[in-house]
Ligand binder design. Structure first.
Ligand code: GDP
Length: 464
């Protein structure tokens, strides 16, 4: 049973389970954005207008709309979940940014793999991140419509469409699907086509889909719901009425509001009257909410007023928070509502969460800069795995003082700055060139690690 609660502007069930947060990961061009668009589009077509709720940074699809899209595959009576909340920005960058205490903020994930292209470096990276964060996931084997000779049937469950293909077409698709299943097995996951699985307990369901035709989308939603229901029951003791906990997705300047936070709330509520503690570059920031904002319905949008002020929002939800003193706020850092709790306790909590991401650093090693706390953590894990020592790791752009820092090490191979999704500020680049400091920039972690390793190899060859 789900109900709309107008006072808190959220949907929650009688069982008290909150909406599961769903993230989409996968290699570039494998169809993450298209898949999200298709899910949203199908929900809009099936449900009435306004059936899906646009949040800041996320889209909520309520249970009744999920079941309308999924047809006979999802019986709403069987679920205690209010629906699904999809994070709008796909990719493991947003996934790692959205960390919550001790893990990922997303409850479940969709790993998108192009059936023509199979596992690619970012697929492997995504798998490692899902593994590290112990996030349950399903695999959407996308672009089945591109298999030569594929006969489209938009209305049937994907199993039926799959079985209706000619032997030649099915064999060709099978080759791709079994290569995906093989790669998953190499990564330590047992998986199969979802309709062949007895349960999803320790098995990954692989769902053939097309983000273009919409085939397999009902099945994908059904499998997600099943996975989410089990996971939320096992893992989640969530009180959606208490003081809120969330993560900053982005820190943004907004006309009329100054610096604002785009926040994904995974627990409790935020009120326009709350005092909050926010993770900043230099530690916790204590401030008062000035305005709590959500997007205006599309029909009402005028350019100068894109947001609507609300009094309260409850998890799971994406929102914008306007407040003073947010200059140092960091993407990926926690947000906590104080309300009736002791301020010092909450500050300590935020401090502890910031410290959790503190990277092991030594006197000798490279400098790492990343755009968010979560991506910094992911970088540090990847470097640790590759046994590359770190001297300093920070959120922020590459500045001249980072170059100075890099010159303090003895070993030449450590006079390196790796920048993940950041800019090189002012004369940092010139300074680096003068002082023989190498700067590597990328928005793909493995490229940075590989770039560094190649650089070291090359240097060692030259020295011989
Ligand atoms: P992303 O980088 O993973 O977000 O990938 P996009 O969603 O941008 O998709 C990359 C390209 O693949 C685009 O040109 C899409 O139109 C196309 N594409 C995505 N999904 C499908 C699909 O299921 N079938 C076909 N034929 N094309 C697709």
């Amino acid at each position: 049973m789900s109900q709309k609660d107008d006072t808190t502007d959220t949907i929650q069930t009688d069982a008290g389970l909150r909406t599961p947060i769903v993230a989409v990961l996968g290699h570039v061009d494998h169809g993450k954005t298209s898949l999200l668009d298709k899910v949203r589009g199908s929900a809009v077509i099936e449900g009435e207008a306004g059936a899906i709720t646009q949040h800041i940074g996320a889209t909520a699809v309520p249970l009744d709309v999920v079941s309308q899209v999924a047809g006979s595959l999802v019986d709403p009576e069987e679920f205690d979940l209010p629906g699904l909340l999809f994070i709008d920005t796909p990719g493991h960058h947003s996934f790692t940014t959205l960390r919550s205490r001790g893990g990922a903020l997303a409850d479940i994930a969709i790993l998108v793999v192009d059936v023509n292209d199979g596992f690619q470096p970012q697929t492997e990276e995504a798998i490692r991140i899902l593994q590290d964060s112990q996030t349950p996931f399903v695999v959407a084997a996308n672009k089945v419509d591109t298999v030569p000779g594929w006969q489209v049937d938009e209305d049937a469950p994907i199993k039926q469409t799959y079985e209706a293909q000619s032997d030649r077409v099915r064999q060709q698709l099978d080759e791709s699907l079994y290569s995906i299943i093989g790669e998953l097995s190499d990564a330590g996951f047992s998986s199969d086509l979802y309709w062949r699985l007895q349960n999803f307990q320790n098995n990954i369901g692989v769902i053939p889909v097309s983000a273009k035709t919409g085939e397999g989308i009902p099945d994908l939603l059904a499998v997600l719901m099943g996975l989410a229901q089990r996971y939320m029951k096992e893992e989640m003791e969530i009180d959606v009425t208490g003081p809120g906990a969330g993560t900053i997705l982005e820190v943004k300047e907004e006309q009329g509001f100054g610096k604002t936070l785009d926040v994904i709330l995974y627990d409790g509520t935020v009120r326009a009257s709350d005092t909050i503690v926010v993770g900043g570059q230099n530690g916790p920031i204590v401030t008062d909410v000035r305005a709590l904002l959500k997007p205006r319905p599309l029909a009402e949008i005028r350019t100068e007023k894109r947001f609507e002020k609300v009094d309260e929002l409850a998890a799971a939800a994406g929102m914008k928070i306007a407040a003073p003193d947010l200059e140092d706020a960091m993407a990926g850092a926690p947000v906590r509502v104080v309300r009736d709790r002791d301020l010092d306790d909450v500050v300590e909590e935020v401090q502890a969460e910031l410290a959790e991401v503190a990277v092991d650093t030594g006197e000798e090693g490279i400098v790492v800069k990343a755009d968010t706390l979560g991506s910094l953590e992911a970088m540090a894990n990847a470097l640790d795995e590759a046994e590359i020592p770190i001297m300093r790791a920070e959120v922020g752009d590459i500045a001249p003082r980072d170059v100075s820092m890099a010159t303090t090490v003895d070993e030449e191979k450590h006079r390196v700055i790796l920048g993940f999704n950041v800019d090189v500020l002012g004369d940092a680049a010139d300074k680096a060139e003068q002082q023989d400091v190498r700067i590597f920039e990328s928005d793909v972690i493995y490229q940075l690690v590989e770039g560094y390793e190649e650089f070291v190899e090359e240097m060692e060859r030259e020295q011989k």
